[in-house]
Design a protein around this ligand. Structure first.
Ligand SMILES: [Zn+2]
Length: 148
């Protein structure tokens, strides 16, 4: 059963706007290799920068406002450091997910009974490279009342 419907590659922001989503489902190791392979293809000139540096405007806005700076230089342009942006998808949240500004906010989701998925995306504010780094299941906590 799926509750996210058909992914639409349109102008609206959603989980389908996150590059790497499909390979992430195949496992974390494969996912890292897929990311590496994408970067290599760009450096070999087999993949145009414009094909991978196409972060959605929403993602770029989020990266600039709440993105967490890392010490990792952008693998594509090396002109800027990558920032990490976290989106939470789950029940009662908008289809484009909810931007998690900080760990405190993530922790709040984690304490809830509903199950959510937090998607961590790396992005470069200079060239607009973006890639889904990892997906973490959060939430699904049973209240203490139910135990005792
Ligand atoms: Zn860059």
């Amino acid at each position: 059963m799926t509750n996210d419907g058909t992914p639409s590659r349109g102008t609206s922001f959603g989980s389908s706007s996150l590059r790497g989503m499909s390979s992430l489902r195949g496992g974390l190791v494969d996912h890292r290799m897929a990311r590496r392979a994408t970067i290599n293809e760009v450096h070999r000139g087999r993949l145009g920068r414009e094909e991978v540096c196409d972060a959605h405007p929403e993602l770029m806005r989020a990266a600039r406002s709440v993105g967490k700076r890392t010490e990792t230089p952008c693998p594509i342009c090396s002109e800027d450091n990558l920032v990490l942006v976290t989106y939470v998808f789950g029940p009662k949240l908008p289809s484009h997910g909810r931007l998690a500004a900080d760990n405190k906010e993530l922790a709040q989701f984690h304490r809830r009974a509903e199950e959510y998925t937090a998607y961590v995306v790396e992005a470069c504010c200079t060239c607009r490279w973006h890639y889904l780094v990892r997906a973490l299941p959060i939430g699904g906590q049973r209240g203490r009342r139910q135990v005792g």
